[in-house]
Design a protein around this ligand. Structure first.
Ligand SMILES: Nc1ncnc2c1ncn2[C@@H]1O[C@H](COP(=O)(O)OP(=O)(O)OP(=O)(O)O)[C@@H](O)[C@H]1O
Ligand SMILES: [Mg+2]
Length: 226
């Protein structure tokens, strides 16, 4: 596919060894085009998070390969992987995973700290820009514990966006939120896809969340259909 931003080829992922081996992904082949919004649905334990981790380079597959924006993530050295990930992907987790002793503003800037080419002043302006995008400027000096779940997730989305990655991976982004905050988060994510042409891959066991997605991949026991 000429315009594919993610290509997953013959990927298998096994955990453990011997009798305890779990085949979390079985011969997965798929392609995702630039600008697509893809929903991945399936029951608990079917391998959704594993698929997202492997596609984003967070975990290595046992076999097969993953091309992310033309780069084979399975060939990148451990040392270079964090940098490639930082450029290519944003990741939003169900549990937000903000750093507790940093403010919202600092949580976002922290992503940029390893990149010494970006001045402190520039890092601050980049963080402010994404905080504005998720409407969290006013709460920027709050610590995570001083924010509601929905607000924490908005900060986490801003953090995922600050490097302007071409792909946003979301793993049950509304799983810890009440339905109203969840809708708000889904609106932000849809707008990023529609207005900024961001590629979004969103995992959920709640089919309602992805009813507007143009494409839905269904997973069962490590196998992807659709
Ligand atoms: N680190 C690990 N070690 C061993 N087994 C694992 C590990 N991570 C996941 N698994 C197993 O791999 C399978 C797929 O897990 P995965 O977390 O991808 O499921 P999921 O579809 O995301 O489920 P959920 O909807 O509950 O989040 C499960 O059987 C799980 O027990
Ligand atoms: Mg999961």
């Amino acid at each position: 596919m000429p315009n594919a931003i993610i290509q997953v080829e013959e990927v298998n992922k096994e955990y453990g060894s011997g009798k305890k081996t779990v085949a979390a992904l079985k011969d997965v082949n798929l392609e995702i085009r630039r600008g697509e919004f893809v929903g991945v649905v399936g029951p608990s334990g079917c391998g959704k998070s594993t698929l997202l981790h492997v596609m984003s380079g967070l975990e290595a597959p046992t076999s097969g390969r993953v091309l992310l924006d033309g780069v084979d993530v399975t060939l990148i050295s451990e040392r270079d992987l964090p940098k490639v990930r930082a450029q290519k992907i944003g990741f939003v987790f169900q549990a937000f995973l903000l750093i507790e002793d940093l403010t919202a503003f600092e949580n976002i800037q922290a992503v940029l700290w390893p990149n010494e080419e970006i001045t402190k002043q520039k890092q601050e302006s980049m963080a402010l820009e994404v905080l504005r995008e998720v409407d969290m400027l006013e709460r920027r000096d709050h610590f995570p514990r001083q924010l509601s779940g929905g607000e924490q997730q908005r900060v986490a989305i801003a953090r995922a966006l600050v490097n302007h990655p071409p792909v946003l991976f979301c793993d049950e982004p509304t799983g810890n939120l009440d339905s109203k905050s969840g809708e708000n988060i889904m609106k932000i994510i849809s707008a990023l896809n529609k207005e900024k042409d961001m590629t979004v891959v969103l995992v959920t066991h709640n089919e309602d969340l992805v009813k507007n997605a143009k494409r839905i991949l269904r997973m069962k026991d490590g196998v992807v259909r659709g």
